[in-house]
Ligand binder design. Structure first.
Ligand SMILES: NC(=O)c1ccc[n+]([C@@H]2O[C@H](COP(=O)([O-])OP(=O)(O)OC[C@H]3O[C@@H](n4cnc5c(N)ncnc54)[C@H](OP(=O)(O)O)[C@@H]3O)[C@@H](O)[C@H]2O)c1
Length: 348
């Protein structure tokens, strides 16, 4: 038992976390992992226990519990909420306590978002600024006021102190309906956030939409391939090949990029084909629609361009491209219509 690697994971009933946990459970070394997961639903906790996961029922409000669970883990994988700084503090506190006891640093893999790179283009133009995860000096130029950046900065500071090795995975627009054992068992949310939000808004207005002219660019990554990135990183850490951490520990999840127009167009076409849309050309969301569907934020009209060179340096080899992302849209629209999926303001 003592040689097992204790992994504490959050967000495992979610789109990212479930996809990663499913991969951990079928990992060739699964027998050497002892996975503890914090989940809100008792029913899902019981299903996870049946799969061999030590599921603990609790929420992000239970900071003492989170601290204790982090203090018992060799590896913490945070996949629930990029921005909950109180949870980050509780995890770091638990890790620090463990360090005081055993004198060795723990591993923290934290999920953020390439939204940290976002500008305020409002769909009017693209940018030529492309961030490289293998270029820490460039990333250090990001102002502390950028979205999610407050969390990054605290994590980087903790890594510098030496009691934790911090690895930050920043996925881009994740796409595709997750398909794995946890989805089959009704444990995991199979849908992403950004494209479903655009689809839900478009269904509601009966027309594919975009922010401004949709000229802004974002990268994309397929969900199973993103889960691979977490596994490749964990494997690299466990094999002691010393992947970069701290300021050298950003791992972007991307393989290709798209303009918002392209996504709006694919949604508009799918809606027309399914008898739910007026035209195959996306139209700009009005101010009222941006208020109604996206809480007044033009975030979807931002640019966020990056290259995952560090991610690829640890052997991550995504093959799905923007063409696959665009092809995923019609099945996503069909699935969301079946689920009667409504705009969920505040989720972006
Ligand atoms: N999807 C994307 O394209 C994308 C891209 C980059 C980064 N991200 C970021 O990654 C994170 C996870 O995204 P996701 O797409 O996996 O979202 P998701 O499917 O909504 O999953 C969120 C997970 O967090 C759990 N959670 C939420 N609030 C909680 C609370 N108060 N206490 C305990 N657990 C809580 C949820 O539990 P329940 O099942 O109980 O709700 C679920 O397991 C978010 O911060 C998101 O911004 C997402």
């Amino acid at each position: 038992m003592t040689s097992k690697i204790n992994i504490f994971a959050t967000g495992v009933t979610g789109y990212i976390g479930g996809s990663v946990l499913a991969r951990l459970l079928e990992h060739p070394d699964a027998g050497s992992f002892h996975v503890t997961a914090l989940v809100r639903s008792e029913e899902k906790a019981n299903k996870l226990k049946a799969l061999g996961v030590n599921a603990v029922v609790g929420t992000h409000s239970e900071l003492g519990l989170i601290k204790d669970l982090a203090s018992e883990a060799d590896v913490v994988i945070a996949m629930a909420d990029a921005d909950n700084i109180k949870v980050v503090h509780a995890i770091l506190q638990g890790i620090k306590e463990r360090h005081t006891k055993i004198g060795a640093p723990s591993i923290l893999i934290h999920t953020v978002h390439v939204g940290v790179l976002a500008d305020n283009a409002e769909g009017k133009h693209k940018t030529d600024i492309i961030y490289d995860d293998a270029d820490p000096a460039q990333l250090e130029l990001l102002p502390p006021t950028q979205l999610h950046r407050n969390v990054d900065l605290e994590l980087l500071e903790a890594d510098k102190e030496g009691y934790v090795k911090v690895y930050i995975i920043a996925p881009s627009t994740i796409y595709g309906i997750a398909s794995n054992k946890l989805v089959d068992e009704g444990i995991q949310n199979p849908h992403s956030i950004q494209i479903p939000a655009l689809i839900a808004a478009s269904l509601d207005r009966g027309q594919g939409g975009m922010v401004g002219e949709g000229k802004n660019l974002w990268p994309n990554v397929e969900i199973a391939e993103l889960a691979d990135l977490y596994i490749k990183l964990l494997d690299a850490i466990n094999s002691e090949s010393f992947p970069g951490h701290g300021r050298e520990g950003f791992y972007f999840g991307e393989n290709g990029e798209h303009s918002l127009y392209e996504v709006g167009k694919a949604i508009a076409e799918a809606l027309v084909e399914l008898g739910k849309g007026k035209s195959t050309e996306p139209t700009p969301f009005t101010k009222e629609e941006i208020d109604k569907y996206f809480g007044g934020s033009a975030y979807l009209g931002s640019n966020s361009r990056c290259r995952g060179n560090r991610s690829r340096s640890i052997g991550w080899k995504p093959v799905k491209t923007t063409k696959d992302m665009l092809a995923s849209i019609k099945p996503e629209v069909e699935a969301l219509i079946k689920r009667n999926y409504k705009p969920q303001e505040g989720k972006l």
